[in-house]
Design a protein around this ligand. Structure first.
Ligand SMILES: Nc1ncnc2c1ncn2[C@@H]1O[C@H](COP(=O)(O)OP(=O)(O)OP(=O)(O)O)[C@@H](O)[C@H]1O
Ligand SMILES: [Mg+2]
Length: 479
């Protein structure tokens, strides 16, 4: 359709075609002759009098009858942004660019070429991406202007790390097709150890095979490669390498991260993980990593997402609050509302239930299972909070939490240990902190989905006396 960075030269007929496609998708109707004239005229910066002069319509008709209805319709068709004649072109340019990037990105697969950039690995396909514009712009600036070489995207399961990383790569590459030689997308899902990840990266980079098999040497080969070529490397789902066994190999992680953070003139590595990298090795806190925590979608992005899933209205705001804007949780609940309640959110709320998607459950099983990511004290803190918040969801003051835990556990608990563990839980988005400036105290709470998981204990991982699952995972979704 257009060259990505040459959007001002778009053929006006293409613009009208693009707008008509959007209107058709959203309203089911086509543009009238008068509407097309206003679009073309406004794109060219003409006022209603000029447009009328060059047409068979009079100014009054175009300005009072056709125009207002058209802008209203376009506000809906162009994703809910308020469209006015004065900034119509600006909004449309953004939309066309977004559409173009999505269209081109949907064709990406291993060995694709964008400009001079070659793609390796299984680049995720984004069906629809909502919101996070500010975060995307901020990270693009960090990479392009401030030369940030290592970025870690941290966030709870399903919050959108993979989607966000893919969108970031898409935008960087389509806006600057000659910035990188390669884009490598490496899914850590299939790697059972850091060694395997390193071997697979060496294979992707096609680095000369050497007889030196030491891990340190192989890591330094990757680092050398990153300094010789301009490479945008994404390592997705790094937490998959965090089995308790592999976490013992702190030295290997240390070396890997140190080499990644080395002076790479042009390359950039993005690591996504549910678990903060400093839990793999503390060395990352002293390295120039940009640590970026993803929270849920903001209200307007989540509303747009739900709208695309066929849900709208004020009740959506309540859904967004309960599920903390977590897109995969919202997707799961939207699907249940359609399937069991005919799309009626109010009737879903009458049953006062919280849906836990199978994806979120799997993430929580990984935390709670024996040898999972949580230590004993972290589990105890979560269980304590869930029980305290069961009847009354008022957040619990930190001082009460310490006193109660000390009493319940009958142990000489060090406050320092509790603070360290609650910090970890907060970074993994498993607990939420509220600061009450009036009372000058810090309070903790759980998001409803996590509270419910702990209270129903689907696999018997929480109640240590029971070894058997209480409820099968299939039946947890709706209670
Ligand atoms: N910005 C977004 N707009 C629309 N949908 C989104 C967005 N982000 C995520 N989603 C939806 O949520 C799902 C989960 O997102 P994603 O796979 O990126 O989560 P994740 O944080 O990588 O999860 P995990 O930790 O399990 O890998 C996606 O498949 C997509 O359907
Ligand atoms: Mg992911």
């Amino acid at each position: 359709m257009v060259a990505s960075n040459n959007l001002d030269l778009i053929d006006i007929e293409e613009v009208v075609k693009f707008v008509e496609e959007q209107v058709l998708q959203h309203t089911g109707s086509r543009l009238s002759g008068a509407e097309k004239l206003i679009i073309k005229g406004s794109w060219g910066g003409k006022d209603y009098t000029d447009i009328a002069r060059e047409s068979e319509y009079n100014t009054y008709y175009l300005q009072q009858k056709v125009g207002p209805r058209l802008w209203l319709m376009l506000s809906e068709a162009l994703g809910g942004v308020k469209v006015k004649k004065t900034h119509f072109k600006e909004i449309l340019l953004k939309q066309i660019k977004k559409h173009y990037v999505q269209l081109e990105a949907s064709k990406l697969n291993s060995d694709s070429l964008v400009g001079k950039t070659k793609f390796y690995g299984e680049f995720p396909k984004l069906t629809s991406f909502c919101g996070r514009e500010e975060e995307l712009n901020c990270l693009k600036k960090q990479i392009r202007l401030f030369n940030q070489r290592c970025i870690t995207l941290i966030g709870v399961g399903g919050i959108g790390k993979t989607y966000f990383a893919a969108k970031l790569v898409e935008e960087i590459i389509f806006e600057n097709p000659s910035l990188y030689d390669y884009v490598v997308w490496k899914q850590a899902d299939n790697c059972s150890s850091i060694e395997q990840l390193i071997n697979e990266l060496i294979e992707v980079f096609n680095i000369e095979k050497s007889t030196n098999k030491s891990l340190n040497y192989r890591i330094s080969l990757i680092s050398k490669h990153l300094s010789l070529y301009r490479c945008l490397l994404v390592i997705d789902s790094f937490e998959k390498l965090a089995s308790s066994e592999s976490l013992k190999k702190r030295i290997a992680y240390e070396k890997f991260f140190i080499e990644l953070a080395k002076e790479q003139k042009y390359s950039c590595t993005i690591v996504t993980s549910q678990i903060p990298l400093k839990e793999f090795t503390h060395v990352t806190t002293n390295l120039p990593f940009l640590y970026w925590k993803l929270e849920g979608l903001d209200s307007s992005a989540a509303m747009q997402m739900l709208y695309e899933k066929g849900l709208s209205g004020d009740e959506c705001k309540k859904l967004i609050e309960i599920y903390r804007g977590n897109p995969s949780e919202l997707e799961a609940v939207a699907e249940k509302i359609h399937r069991f309640f005919g799309g009626n959110i109010e009737s879903f709320f009458e049953y006062r239930t919280t849906v836990i998607s199978s994806r979120f459950q799997a993430m929580l099983h990984k935390q709670f299972e024996p040898n999972g990511f949580l230590n004993n004290l972290q589990k105890k803190i979560l269980i304590y909070l869930a029980k305290e918040l069961e009847e009354d969801s008022t957040p619990i003051p930190f001082t009460k939490l310490i006193d109660d835990l000390k009493e319940q556990l009958g142990l000489q608990l060090s406050v320092f240990e509790i603070m360290a563990d609650i910090d970890i839980l907060e970074q993994r988005s498993l607990v939420e902190r509220n600061n009450d400036p009036d009372k000058k105290e810090t309070r903790y709470t759980l998001q409803p989905v996590i509270k419910k998981y702990i209270l129903i204990d689907p696999l018997g991982l929480i109640d240590e006396k029971s070894n058997k699952p209480k409820i099968s995972t299939q039946t947890v979704n709706i209670l």
